[in-house]
Design a binder for this molecule. Structure first.
Ligand code: ADP
Ligand code: MG
Length: 696
């Protein structure tokens, strides 16, 4: 042994006996390159081979060790030839069945032979049977000892058997005695958090003792698993806090409102700000005036009036001589913002810029020039706003709407778009979908949060009903009645695949059918495959009440605002997440008329779908719905695909480990203050290459 043994994160798996290039490559596919990786590759579950189960006490579908004497052996010619052994102990008899067997095997499995078998009991033709159990002979003089540890079952990959991974893991554990796996949680924190040393946790988890709490190990809630999950969550949390520190170490322009302009803006609105809008606007104003970049997340339910809060912030930037940029995730939403911001700001003499991926080359050049010269004070657009060649004269504020569709990486790109003076823009991030607290805590640890927890007055709650597709004619009749009474309706078509082409085709067919069934109504169609101009024209016609019924794909999910529309039909709502349904439903209930939403499901409905639709029927509170969505579908789905990739954990599970999060948060703060070097090591250990994203 060398004097100064390398850390296990520096030791390649090839240091293990029997691991050459080929095997190393296979392990690499599982993300295992070093011995540390191997030790962090935790078992998915465990088998208990420490006890013998009497045959008479066997339950179906469990893994068990049994011992007995072979009473009969036959080759049975059924549909497939099989070797069948009857095995008996004092308590009962069971069948071992082998479809593949060698002559030698058959010769040794003779009546009178004693066997110990391990396998899963299944219901078969002759009662409980074991198919291809592992077995050993008990005929030798000495008793064969049973395992004294639980047997781990690892996530595997092709060409890598469990036996192989088990052997490698136990070899790696022996390294743990000789090489350090640096303990990164300082002892005071560990004691405070009641955490065991890392090496102890790993030794235990790869080979739990016979008496281990198997139920908790299987759930992933064993304290030793939690020890690892904690450190991993801590690493993610730290990386976001570090990101925040780095951002805030830079300067930002101090932005203050112009009271006269502010007043003028408010006086032209046909309504008063709600109390919540005022409070959140104040919180934003307090950030904007500071010379460090604001990092604030505004959460508010659908229709709570986030756009206005954003416009006020933009106005403050403009009043201080800076530009503001508003980024939306879709063309339709960007258009909606352009209309709103235009109506609010242009009367004040503030020029708007407009940038999306769909501009012609000439218009794009023109808009780019207006951004670069500073002529456009407030710029609305899509992702296109943040392409490399887009330059701003002096960008002071970035507003991102519907944040959950953007990931941390994109947030980072935005941070790069400073003004030419070297100052960073302030950032305001708005989510249309409330985010459950636990998720917000981990996915947005770098942001301060404001909540608009009040809807503008005069809204009538949307009544939601859940109806089977078989009652479609009644629903069509209902649309007819509503439209005859001068109201407007949406008919939303959904698809399982995220293919806008297929969705568009489905919507086209539905629109044709509905137009045929409702000849007295004016039916419009909008989907993502239409040209921007066509889409705009249809939306404008619907808004102007020149259309009665608008058939749409989920492109209308966000931003569309037509107060006279009071009925929404959503086809196959079971295909959508709750958050998305909530968004869609938020398109109605915007006027003074009582509004209705019909969830027209395709039967039969799974139990989970039934539960989810019931949540929609029973609640109109976005926060409640988001919590239920998290319970039912898990964090990946709730946060959206972009974030899912970033929120993938090796060991932790945001939902299962949610109750660790407050301690993770507190621990991260402590570490950052007292042990900056450890922070780096923890991030390095758990995020490795991904850390690059965080090194701004
Ligand atoms: P969201 O929070 O979903 O983005 P919007 O900003 O689109 O909500 O606002 C929804 C609707 O409510 C818009 O028509 C907007 O003009 C209107 N609105 C916003 N604030 C108020 C208010 N204080 N009083 C009345 N209506 C308001
Ligand atoms: Mg909005």
């Amino acid at each position: 042994m060398t004097k100064d043994p390398a850390n296990l994160d520096q030791v390649s798996v090839t240091a293990l006996k029997g691991v050459g290039g080929k095997l190393a490559e296979k392990l690499g596919k599982l993300g295992i390159n070093t011995l540390q990786d191997l030790l962090f590759h935790l078992p998915l579950r465990y088998l208990d081979r420490t006890r013998v189960t009497p045959i008479g006490a066997l339950q179906p579908n469990v893994n068990a060790v049994i011992e007995g004497e072979i009473r009969a052996v036959d080759v049975v010619y059924g549909r497939r030839r099989s070797l069948v052994c009857r095995l008996q102990d004092g308590s009962g008899t069971t069948t071992l069945r082998f479809y593949h067997f060698s002559g030698a095997q058959k010769q040794r499995l003779t009546p009178g032979t004693r066997l110990r078998c391990f396998g899963e009991s299944r219901r078969g033709a002759s009662g409980l049977e074991f198919y291809h159990p592992e077995y050993e002979f008990l005929d030798g003089a000495e008793a064969v000892a049973l395992d004294d540890r639980l047997t781990p079952v690892y996530p595997a990959t092709e060409g890598l058997t469990q036996q192989r991974i088990r052997a490698l893991a136990s070899q790696a554990l022996t390294f743990l005695d000789r090489h350090p796996l640096t303990e990164l949680l300082p002892e005071d924190l560990r004691r405070e958090l009641d955490q065991v040393p890392l090496a102890d946790a790993l030794r235990y988890l790869h080979a739990p003792p016979r008496r281990a709490d198997v139920a908790r190990l299987m759930d992933g809630t064993h304290p030793y698993q939690q020890r690892l999950a904690f450190e991993e969550l801590l690493a993610h949390h730290l990386s976001l806090l570090v990101l925040r520190q780095q951002t805030q170490a830079e300067g930002a322009p101090s932005l203050a409102p112009d009271p006269a302009l502010h007043k003028q803006f408010l006086s032209q609105l046909p309504f008063q700000l709600t109390g919540a809008q005022q409070r959140v606007s104040r919180e934003i104003a307090e950030d904007l005036v500071k010379p460090i970049p604001m990092l604030r997340l505004v959460q508010g339910d659908v229709g709570s009036g986030k756009t206005l809060v954003a416009a006020l912030a933009a106005l403050t930037a403009v009043a201080s001589g800076y530009q503001a940029a508003i980024m939306a995730p879709t063309e339709i939403l960007a258009e909606q913002h352009r209309n709103n911001f235009g109506a609010w700001l242009e009367p004040l003499g503030i020029e708007l810029g407009w940038l999306t991926g769909r501009l012609t080359a000439a218009r794009r050049r023109e808009q780019l020039a207006r951004l670069a010269s500073g002529e456009a004070r407030v710029v609305v657009g899509t992702h296109a706003l943040f392409q490399e060649e887009v330059e701003f004269a002096n960008l002071g504020l970035v507003i991102i709407d519907e944040q959950h569709r953007f990931g941390v990486h994109q947030r980072l790109e935005l941070r790069q778009k400073g003004s030419r003076t070297g100052l960073r823009p302030h950032q305001l991030i708005m989510t249309a979908t409330p985010i459950p607290r636990t998720l917000a805590m981990s996915a947005y640890a770098d942001l301060d949060t404001s909540v608009i927890d009040e809807l503008p007055p005069g809204r009538t709650p949307v009544t939601t009903v859940v109806i089977s597709e078989q009652r479609r004619p009644e629903v069509i009749e209902r649309v007819s009645r509503a439209c005859e009474q001068g109201r407007q309706a949406y008919w939303v078509c959904t698809l399982i695949e995220e293919s806008e082409t297929l969705a568009a085709q489905a919507a086209e067919a539905t629109a044709e059918n509905l137009a045929a069934a409702l000849p007295h109504l004016r039916v419009g169609l909008v989907h993502g495959r239409l040209k921007a101009k066509e889409k705009e024209a249809v939306m404008a016609a619907f808004k102007a009440a020149e259309l009665d019924l608008l058939v749409a794909t989920t492109v209308i999910e966000v931003g569309v605002d037509v107060p006279n529309a009071s009925l929404m039909i959503i086809e196959n709502p079971e295909r959508l997440g709750l958050a998305q349904l909530h968004q869609l439903r938020g398109r109605v209930g915007r006027g003074s008329e009582a509004s209705h939403c019909v969830l027209l499901y395709g039967s039969p409905l799974s139990r989970q779908s039934r539960e989810r639709l019931a949540v929609m029927r029973d609640s109109s509170d976005g926060f409640v719905i988001a919590e239920r969505d998290l319970e039912l579908r898990g964090p990946g789905e709730v946060l959206g695909t972009r974030q899912t990739g970033e929120m993938q954990f090796r060991i932790a599970d945001l939902q299962r480990d949610a109750d660790l999060l407050p301690r993770v948060q507190a621990g991260a703060q402590q570490l950052l203050g007292r042990h900056p070097a450890l922070c780096n090591a923890i991030m390095e250990r758990w995020l490795g290459d991904n850390r690059r994203y965080f090194q701004v």
